[in-house]
Design a protein around this ligand. Structure first.
Ligand code: SAH
Length: 400
């Protein structure tokens, strides 16, 4: 248990002292410290800006405090912070500038990616003239911080609307009051955007995450380079792999268990003057049936939801990936293309390579790696923070 210090004038400012392990973590440039590594804390209100010290009392920097999360503090600066809303505005401007160099051929991309943009607890995506954001921590939920976020996004991006997408479970975990999703500013919550020359609808009131899986943007274009013949996009959501591959393939079928996702996929196809087939089905069952019935494809995309939400799920998740990949490999004609993804951050790049290799062994196939990819550059990975690397996308040439 952290010792509580009396609120003397000296310690009026919220501050914490870390165990050696906690201090070493920060020194290694990881921004999180767990509650068990806090050895001393004065009375700290939820969401406070706290000064952080090592066991000898040396000042290490400033962090944002959560009273409920196991991740008790997330570093925001290696120095002192006197004006958090001002610092957040500055970081948002820096994140926007960072993407100016990196993002091309799209008007939809991630603007702020939490820790990876030194803004822990904030996610902002842009869909053309609509900005969609998620607030994930107590500190980011404070009214002056929210105001600074909205003001900066308005000044820098001039959107027609800013929508907040609420993850109810996360607000609960952070012990924040329930809040509906909705417009934070402006009038517009839906739009159309273009990526890699293809048009898509965006509806900020619907869908999963902030609306689209923008982290796959560069992988769509990469997959389209190799796609050919008859293609199957399993776990297709709103059809983005499918639509990217359509130009190169004789037919494309998209499969998802979510009807609203498929309705949007159909609208997206119409927007691009394409006719694709959409199937509402459990992709695991469908692949099992197709593999057993000897159905063949030339290109298969596997982009399932995260199987490993926690470390404990890892074994089960790996079995799930193996099974799916095995079935897809069996269905591919010689020279076929397998685009296989994992977005579980508990599944490391090495784990994923191994599981796909094991599936190849069982399917009696040889795999040549065409591309070994991760998330698009607007979802940067912080090298010292493995949690920021979660998306794997392998593009493989499959032969007998
Ligand atoms: N490839 C998509 C993202 C896929 S996200 C893109 O790039 O936009 C995972 C998708 O799997 C979601 O659309 C979800 O509805 C779907 N899903 C989850 N479980 C499923 C199942 N058992 N069968 C088919 N689809 C499933």
């Amino acid at each position: 248990m952290p010792k509580k210090r009396a609120g003397s004038a000296k310690h009026a400012e919220p501050s914490v002292t870390l165990s050696l392990r906690g201090a070493n973590r920060l020194q290694a440039r990881h921004p999180w410290v767990y509650r068990s590594d806090i050895t001393e804390a004065n009375d700290i209100p939820p969401g406070s800006v706290v000064r952080v010290h090592d066991p000898r009392g040396k000042f290490l920097g400033t962090a944002l405090y959560s009273s409920s999360s196991q991740i008790a503090i997330r570093m925001i600066s290696h120095g002192s912070v006197n004006d958090l809303p001002g610092l957040i505005a500055e970081r948002i401007r820096a994140a926007i500038a960072y993407r100016k160099e990196l993002v091309a051929n799209t008007d939809a991309y991630r603007i702020v990616f939490s820790e990876a943009d030194f803004l822990p607890g904030l996610i902002v995506d842009r869909y053309n003239d609509v900005v969609s954001l998620q607030i994930l921590t107590q500190a980011m939920d404070a009214v002056p911080v929210r105001e600074a976020i909205v003001r900066t996004l308005r000044e820098e991006l001039h959107p027609a609307g800013i929508v907040e997408r609420v993850e109810a479970r996360i607000r609960e975990l952070e012990q924040l009051p329930a809040l509906p999703s909705g417009l934070l500013w402006g009038e517009k919550s839906s739009s159309e955007f273009r990526m890699n020359g293809i048009g898509f609808h965006y509806d900020g009131r619907e869908g999963q995450k902030t609306g689209a899986f923008l982290d796959q943007r560069e992988n769509y274009a990469a997959a389209a380079q190799y796609a050919h013949g008859e293609a199957l996009d399993a776990f297709c959501y709103q059809g983005r792999f499918a639509l990217h591959m359509a130009e190169k393939c004789s037919s494309v079928t998209g499969v998802d268990s979510s009807r609203p996702a498929l309705e949007m996929a159909e609208k997206n196809a119409t927007l691009n003057g394409r006719e694709l087939e959409w199937m509402e089905a459990n992709a695991f069952d469908l692949l099992r049936e197709y593999a057993a019935a000897g159905r063949h494809y030339d290109t298969v995309v596997l982009d399932p939801p995260a199987f490993a939400k926690t470390k404990r799920d890892l074994e089960k998740a790996l079995r799930g990936y193996k099974e799916l990949n095995l079935r897809a490999m069996k269905m591919l004609r010689p020279g076929g293309i397998l685009v296989t993804c994992s977005c579980s951050f508990h599944v490391s790049a090495a784990d994923f390579l191994k599981v796909v290799a094991d599936a190849a062994q069982d399917a009696h196939k040889s795999l040549r790696v065409l591309e070994n990819r991760g998330a698009a550059k607007d979802h940067p990975m912080l090298l010292n923070v493995p949690e920021t690397s979660y998306l794997q996308c392998l593009i493989l040439n499959v032969s007998d």
